[in-house]
Design a protein around this ligand. Sequence first.
Ligand code: FES
Length: 575
Amino acid sequence: MPELQKLRSQRWLANNDFRTFNHRSRIMQMGYDRKEWEGKPLVAIMNSWSDYNPCHMHFRQRVDDVKRGVLQAGGFPLEMPTISLNDSIVKPSALLYRNLMAMEVEEMIRCYPVDAVVLMGGCDKTGPAMLLGATSADVPAIFLPAGPMLRGNSRGKTLGSGSDAFKFWDDRRAGLITEPEWDSIISGIARSPGTCMTMGTASTMTAIAEALGMALPGSSSVPAVEAGHQRMSANAGRRIVEMVHEDLRPSRIQSRNAFLNAITVAMAMGCSTNAIIHVIAMARRAKADISLDDFDAISRKVPVIANVRPSGTSQYLMEDFYYAGGLPALMKRIDVHLHLDEPTVTGKTVGENIEGAQVYNDDVIRTLDNPVYTEGALAHLKGNLAPNGCVIKPSAMSEKFLKHSGPAMVFDDYPTLKKMLDDEDADITEDHVIVLRNAGPKGGPGMPEWGMVPIPVKLLKLGVRDMLRVSDARMSGTSYGACALHVAPEAYIGGNLALVRTGDIICIDVPNRRLDMQVSDEELARRRAEWTPPPPRFGRGYGWMFTEHILQADQGCDMDFLQTQFGESAGEPDI
Ligand code: FES
């Protein structure tokens, strides 16, 4: 247990000199008596609430529960607002701003008297952003997931975030849905605070935070509006104060084995493809050696057992997953694949945390011998179309595209693609492979979720609901379809994706992890000599900095200068 005079905040508050005079008097300016804060751990509650972020609207009240817990445990809570990224609203892509939020979290911890942090996030990029920042700052940290929203409902039908939006949008384009039905879907699909309630990126990343050991056991699946979410928040407040006394920092939790646990759980959950980018970035910050090959190796041995859409075979959503036992129950079921001795924010090991966890519905959380999908959720493909790799989600696509060859139809930008999609006379068949490029980290910019290219209206009307699509973009974790994504290197910087032409034959072979175009090396070299880079996306500001410094998808899309080893020899200033 560190002595209180060694608390980081004491550098601001302990000495009786002119500098601390200011710091002390400014805390008293807020109306606090000295005995309320003197000698106590200062806990920053980093709150990503915003009127612009419906997924986090309950955080405005929930922060009071966290404060209650901190006070009960003898800490001094201070709320600190952060950037708030809503994945459905931010343009062109919330990923563009993940690193901005991560920088903000890290720097606010550094520049204020903060002994520990509770990180209130959940909507897709907010979780990874907060964990990236807290990992680099390395003060004791607990992630507090926003929790999934309630099931959607329209006219008696259950609706799932994203998945049903895509499905009913296709039906609407095919003329199968009336305006009143469409209005009912719009108002019914998101009907409470909380994050998307399918197994999208938010549910994936909050589960990953928990499996990694950075969130309280069971916290990732508690519905946002349940009283249990308030109790969990107060628990997080109490626990973070204990963590200060135990000096339990992210660097003591986030080992390579902890990340392998997180990936294993992600695969069993039928995770979002976005998980790959975030986990690789997080692991690199934590100095844990994790690559796309780890995802693929785990994917081959861990089946999908969470029967939650979009991978699921039924209508189950996160609310059902919670009632079935939540993440501790799923982890108990796959414990043979986990490193059970890893430490967590509870001060106990993973194995101790999940001891006694039970599954209450075997159809929602399946047994290992009755999985939803026999292999894991994601596959990592390589080939001359994606020399540094790409990802596909075999558990959420039509089986016939696991092996497929067809002519490419190539688009350099989304507006041109959209024209074709809406053209009832487009010269396209379901065997074609739609290629969208210049939508990667630099080209997008920020890898917009355009990768699940909608099915052309001509084919929709013929009943087609899946076809092979290839892109350097991402797709929503709630999406369904045969979409090979995150192609690296991206087309914008001259990756081979920039060289494919309409009519080239593209071959995918998921069992053998290949994605190739039938174009010779000589022809590719000839095309490369003719290739010219597209114009810059930004002339100034954050966008310019992002474009200059962003790493490719296979490296986690962190900024090069934010990586832990960058500039290591210069050390840190003593502020
Ligand atoms: Fe916030 Fe999906 S838009 S979690």
